[in-house]
Design a protein around this ligand. Structure first.
Ligand code: PGA
Length: 259
């Protein structure tokens, strides 16, 4: 297994504070029963709803949870101001957040977020010291009409042209084909590998300073305990983003144990 393999849980709009606390106590108990191997060489990021962030930060005191990274699922690009209902990067940092998911297809499709809007969010978050998990991916009609590469290049270019090179290493790019999210069937290994390689080439073209600054590429879309091992072994994949299967604590631990 690679060093620092990412396992990112995206809880989406699930679990209130009490349910978050119960999950984290269960996680601590389950990890105590597994060997330490389960967490070794992995960076586990839990991206929870805003209302669960403080519970997650507190529960890091529990046995085996101290190395969990705290993640959010959205952020506004302004530092402060008249943006009712929004949260700034500084608010996330001061709440103990390390990572934030931006550009998820649910935000692009359901909330009309454009490439330009997402790009401004990414810059604001990186400038504030957050690490950003940028989601990109084609929908099924784009794939069928052979536009996968164009769509992904557009989504990545729109963000990277705005960034200074020394900020790029704090970016992680999640390839999430829209048609595989919540579908129960992930993209095939060949499909994942092909697009991951394509993404890596785009990223490398922006990283002239050092190969160490090239962002990691992870995969999301119906990752489960059944397919995670094979996905994790793909050479171009540095992690997984897990939605539905991360909501059940036992299943999440099974995923951690499988890789
Ligand atoms: P899924 O979701 O694992 O339920 O497919 C992944 C995601 O939307 O990030």
């Amino acid at each position: 297994m690679h060093k620092d393999f990412f396992v990112v849980a995206n809880w989406k709009m699930n679990k209130n504070s009490a349910e978050t606390k119960a999950y984290l106590h269960e996680l601590s108990g389950l990890l105590a029963r597994c060997s330490f191997r389960v967490l070794k060489s992995k960076r586990v990021v839990l991206c929870v709803p805003f209302t669960s962030l403080s519970v997650l930060v507190e529960c890091k005191e529990l046995p085996y949870l101290s190395e969990l990274c705290v993640g959010a699922q959205n952020c506004h690009f302004s530092g402060s101001g008249a943006f009712t209902g929004e949260i700034s990067a500084n608010m996330l940092v001061s709440s103990g957040v390390d990572y934030v998911i931006l550009g998820h297809s649910e935000r692009r499709i359901l909330f009309g977020e454009t490439d330009e809007f997402i790009s401004r969010k990414v810059s604001a978050c990186l400038n504030c010291g957050l690490k950003v998990i940028l989601c990109v991916g084609e929908d099924s009609s784009e794939r069928k009409s052979g536009k996968t590469a164009d769509v992904i290049k557009r989504q990545i270019d729109s963000v990277l042209v705005q960034l200074e090179e020394n900020r790029i290493s704090d970016l992680i790019v999640a390839y999430e084909p829209v048609w595989a999210i919540g579908a129960g069937i992930s993209a095939s290994l060949a499909e994942v590998n092909e697009v991951a390689g394509f993404i890596d080439n785009i990223l490398k073209s922006y990283c002239t300073l050092s190969s160490k600054s090239v962002p990691k590429v992870i995969y999301g879309g119906s990752v489960s305990k059944r397919n995670v091992k094979d996905i994790a072994h793909l050479s171009g994949i540095d992690g997984v983003l897990v939605g539905r299967a991360s909501l059940n604590c036992r299943e999440f631990v099974d995923i951690l144990s499988a890789i």
